[in-house]
Design a protein around this ligand. Structure first.
Ligand SMILES: Cc1cc2nc3c(=O)[nH]c(=O)nc-3n(C[C@H](O)[C@H](O)[C@H](O)COP(=O)(O)OP(=O)(O)OC[C@H]3O[C@@H](n4cnc5c(N)ncnc54)[C@H](O)[C@@H]3O)c2cc1C
Length: 455
């Protein structure tokens, strides 16, 4: 099918490649311009390397509990070079897979940096300095984001680091202060702690993971404290200075953390500077491209998806937005479809224990005065948790007391990121608690806590 429609995708991360792939399958002539690697920052700098290191860190933590499983406890020693190679291999493989897929679907891939000339022309400066101007019908901007750096400090890539400076892991810090206790901050705290670093976490509010269910955050805080992580609650970093052999992080309440390294984990900024958006009149807000529910910007043939759109900064959301853009480019979805509902996006935090949630949160429901039913079942009530020698955590399901509709849920514990899929499906498809309860699930499995919570 050739629709004689052309789409230029700027940025080949999860948003860009999902859009390119689906649009190409729908007969659109697609060109992807990427200045680094296909798969984007997600594969190169953020999601994949961090999760690969966390997987190794979690395996180290796992070995500490072996004696409870009838095995001899052995200290696992991390081979930094092998870990570095592993990260590189996974990254390269994933990126190559994206490239192979797109090429097989007839997508043209250009290595270079793109800017918008006008609403139908994109200029690309190629790696060798040559220039090409591409004419197109539609444009998708999916250029991602970068770590936010506060005014009071300049990372040096040596002792004062952004998350992107933490891999490849040349060394593991003897001690590290992590500034920021959102998802990235707590994941890095867990990661470094599991590799043996002494960790201090600067938590600007009174709980880690601001905005998350306090009960969920409390489980993580207890684990951190039990493992010797220092929590500076209610403190904001105001200065970070190099010392003779490390760094000094000064907080607004007078507390000071002296460690060998500091890592900034205080959010991100959109990559929209220098794209030429002003040439075309694309509306932005705080640098993020303003979009409607079809991911269209203020200029109707220019779309934005992924982190640049200022919605949920998750790879999964970026990919789904990309798919929606592809559908829109060919005239909108045919047949029954759902609009993208960001409130129904599942997300996970890869700490020990793992945390995941989706949909309506308990605190949110109380704040809005909405009546809800909350059922909570600890994993310790399942045979599988005992078999795994790990009975930490719980499943919580939030439903409508009148209709039984599943509105949300959270899970803390092993495999939470996988198990949340059941609740995510229920939330998306407006299923009822009885749908989960009556599903014949596996025994023994942690998922049995889901059936119990739905009962
Ligand atoms: C430490 C960390 C861990 C994370 N872990 C997770 C996780 O576990 N799960 C999850 O869902 N999300 C995770 N995220 C978030 C996730 O990485 C982002 O939401 C995702 O990368 C956004 O995808 P994207 O397509 O918008 O952009 P990106 O992945 O950032 O890709 C954008 C691409 O655009 C290219 N580009 C930029 N400007 C230009 C230009 N002018 N011309 C050509 N190319 C250009 C860049 O080179 C890049 O390849 C994590 C983020 C961080 C910081």
């Amino acid at each position: 099918m050739n629709l004689n429609k052309r789409l230029v995708v700027v940025g080949g991360g999860p948003a860009g490649h999902a859009a390119a792939s689906l649009a190409a399958r729908k007969g659109v002539q697609v060109t992807v311009v990427e200045r680094e690697i296909l798969g984007g920052a997600a594969h190169l700098l953020d999601c994949v390397p961090s999760k690969t290191m966390i997987a190794t860190g979690s395996a180290v933590s796992f070995t500490e509990g072996l004696s409870g499983m009838g095995l001899e406890n052995r200290d696992a020693e991390v081979d930094v070079e092998a870990l570095t190679n592993r990260i590189e291999d996974i990254k390269t493989r994933l990126s190559n897979d994206v490239e192979t897929l797109l090429v097989s679907q007839g997508v043209r891939i250009i290595r270079g940096t793109a800017t918008l000339v006008d609403r139908c022309h994109v200029r690309v400066v190629l790696a060798d300095g040559a220039e090409e101007v591409i004419e197109t019908d539609d444009i998708l901007i999916s250029t991602g984001s970068r770590p936010r750096i506060p005014d009071f400090v300049q990372p040096d890539g040596d002792r004062i680091l952004t998350t992107r400076d933490c891999y490849p892991p040349r060394i593991f810090p003897e001690s590290v202060t992590i500034v920021g206790s959102g998802v990235t901050g707590v994941e890095f705290a867990h990661m470094f702690e599991s590799f043996g670093s002494k960790v201090t976490l600067v938590v600007s509010r009174q709980q880690v993971l601001p905005g998350k269910d306090p009960e969920v955050a409390a489980v993580l805080e207890d684990t951190f404290l039990a493992r010797g992580v220092r929590l500076f609650k209610g403190a904001r970093a105001t200065a970070i200075e190099r010392t003779a052999d490390g760094v000094r992080v000064v907080c607004d309440d007078g507390r000071v953390s002296e460690t060998t390294h500091a890592v900034l984990a205080i959010g991100s900024l959109p990559n929209t500077e220098g794209l030429g958006l002003e040439n075309v009149g694309v509306e932005t807000d705080g640098g993020y491209i303003v979009i409607n529910r079809h991911c269209q910007s203020s200029i109707d043939n220019i779309y934005a998806a992924g982190d640049v759109s200022g919605k949920l900064p998750l790879s999964s959301v970026a990919s789904m937005q990309g798919r929606k853009v592809a559908e829109q480019v060919v005239g909108g979805p045919k047949g029954p479809h759902r609009h993208l509902d960001y409130d129904k996006a599942a997300s996970a935090i890869f700490t020990e224990p793992e945390i995941a949630d989706v949909g309506l949160a308990e605190a949110e429901a109380f704040a809005s005065g909405r009546k809800i039913r909350v059922t909570k079942v600890p994993f310790s009530s399942t045979a599988k948790a005992l078999i795994n020698n790990d009975s930490r955590g719980f499943v919580k399901i939030i439903s409508d007391p009148a209709t039984g509709e599943v509105l949300g849920g959270s899970i803390v514990g092993r495999h939470a990121a996988e198990l949340i899929s059941v609740i995510a499906l229920a939330v998306t498809a407006n299923l009822k608690v009885t749908d989960i309860e009556e599903s014949l699930l596996v025994h023994p499995a942690l998922a049995e806590a889901l059936s119990e919570a739905a009962d």
